[in-house]
Write a protein that binds this ligand. Structure first.
Ligand SMILES: Cc1cc2nc3c(=O)[nH]c(=O)nc-3n(C[C@H](O)[C@H](O)[C@H](O)COP(=O)(O)OP(=O)(O)OC[C@H]3O[C@@H](n4cnc5c(N)ncnc54)[C@H](O)[C@@H]3O)c2cc1C
Length: 435
């Protein structure tokens, strides 16, 4: 796979998260001209564990090495720094063994990746740069504008006077608002401010060096061998631990009831004493993991009802990734669906050029092709959470199968690019019939 000849389509992408970078890479490889604007002035390895399911692994696997770089492919770089176990162990809150489930099947053409978000993001960013994609850091987009034949953005240069955005509008054929859960683009697309709602849950999260776990007699067995992945489940709480041998790191997340109504943030500091309160009376091994941490993040999970649309009136600005559809972590699909979005948008733009369709039709087709599948994956987050949190824990020992996560073919075996190519024409022709 190498770069397709130029299509002449110019795309501005706002946000260089996984959604923005994937869209940029896919657009670039398909011959569109791309500029990415990101408000962070420098890239920092932020976050902790993030997962890409096989449906996203298939996308990553297809990316070729960058021509001028000697670095291995993105998939080759992800492999050694990601979880490489193939069994997930379920325990009841008190430590009682329940069952195991095979996970992380290493299908070569659709691998599954779970690793440190910051490290994985850095690799993706370096790859996009090595391809030659124009990525501009330190530019915060503050306004989206749209005319019938073009769309644009105004931005503020980091550190400049906040009240005076750059006077010039930066124009393109299409603008992509992949600007995350607190999207500014969403206001333009919806025509109103969409306020997030608390989901009723929050997650304490930590990523730490494995050495303290290795030195404690109660926890040493967790990191004594190969990669290890285990979860403890109790009434309305679950606690998941992962050991990634090659990075000598461990991560844990503790999802629990929480009705606090604050803005979601990845850097809100949590208190370890509060985590231990949530885990009061739980397996001493789980509690000791928390006691060995130096700090954790308290991430209040907010949620949004599905948005009515992802595309602006004139069809030249669209939402993509978390800005269009935030996910509950129990879906384990947020980042994967963001990647799928990017592939579909880039594919639709290419097919529009080939068929001579107006570009706004391609953008509307992107929404149409994605909407139902994304919604189905979003609902999975609620189903999985309820499966784990509302289980009858007295009975779960007799029938632990009910705790296992669905690893459905419709989700994992899906080739998003193939699907977009197959359905695009019918979707656009249908859209054209509308008044
Ligand atoms: C700092 C950070 C840490 C995270 N850590 C984790 C984690 O540990 N585990 C996990 O599962 N998920 C994490 N996430 C969320 C996860 O990355 C996303 O849910 C998923 O990858 C979808 O990505 P996205 O690109 O749609 O959104 P995001 O990853 O949120 O990316 C959006 C990007 O847009 C930029 N942006 C926002 N507004 C503007 C603007 N006005 N102008 C220019 N740029 C703008 C942001 O700086 C950000 O880089 C994190 C997100 C962030 C931003």
């Amino acid at each position: 796979m190498s770069r397709t000849a130029s299509t002449g389509v110019k795309v501005i992408i706002v946000g260089a998260g996984f959604a923005g970078l994937t869209t940029a890479i896919e657009c670039y490889l398909k011959g569109h001209s791309v500029t990415v604007l990101e408000s962070f002035p420098v890239l920092k390895p932020l976050g902790d564990i993030i997962s890409f399911a096989p449906n996203a692994g298939r996308i990553i696997h297809r990316w070729p090495p960058a021509p001028i770089s000697t670095a291995p492919t993105v998939a080759e770089q992800y492999s050694p720094i990601c979880l490489r176990n193939d069994i997930f162990t379920f325990r009841r809150w008190d430590g009682e063994f329940l069952t195991t489930q095979p996970v992380h099947e290493r299908k070569e053409d659709a691998p599954e990746f779970s690793g440190h978000r910051g490290a994985m993001h850095q690799i993706l960013f370096e790859y996009a740069k090595a391809l030659g994609i124009d990525i501009r850091l330190g530019l915060r987009v503050v306004q989206y504008v749209e005319e019938t034949d073009r769309a644009g953005v105004r931005y503020i240069v980091r550190g400049a006077d906040e009240s005076t955005p750059e006077p010039e509008v930066m124009w393109a054929d299409i603008v992509v608002g992949s600007d995350g859960v607190r999207s500014k683009a969403r206001e333009l697309v919806l025509g109103y401010v969409d306020n997030p709602k608390p989901s009723g849950y929050a997650v304490y999260r930590a990523w730490m060096d494995a050495s303290s776990i290795a030195q404690d007699p109660l926890t040493a067995h967790l990191v004594a061998g190969a990669d290890y992945h285990v979860g403890w489940f109790g009434p309305d709480v679950h606690f998941i631990f992962a050991y990634i041998q090659n990075t000598q790191s461990v991560s844990w997340v503790c999802t629990h009831k929480d009705d606090a109504d604050i803005e979601e943030s990845w850097s809100f500091p949590g208190k370890l004493a509060d985590v231990l309160k949530v885990l009061d009376g739980w397996d001493p091994v789980a509690r000791r993991i928390v006691q060995l941490a130096e700090s954790c993040v308290d991430w209040k999970l907010v949620y949004r009802d599905p948005l009515e649309r992802w595309v602006s009136k004139a069809g030249r600005i669209c939402l993509l990734g978390d800005s269009a559809h935030p996910f509950l972590p129990t879906s384990i699909q947020g980042a994967s669906q963001a990647m799928e979005d990017g592939v579909v948008l880039a594919t639709c733009l290419s097919l529009a050029v080939q068929r001579g369709d107006p570009l706004p039709d391609a953008v509307r087709a992107y929404e149409k092709l994605r909407y139902d599948r994304v919604r189905r994956a979003q609902v999975l987050g609620e189903t999985n959470r309820d499966k784990w949190h509302k289980a009858d824990f007295d009975k779960v020992k007799e029938d632990p199968e009910g705790m296992k996560l669905g690893r459905d073919e419709w989700l994992f075996a899906f080739d998003v690019e193939k699907d977009a190519c197959e359905r695009y024409a019918a979707v656009v022709d249908e859209l054209k019939k509308r008044p």
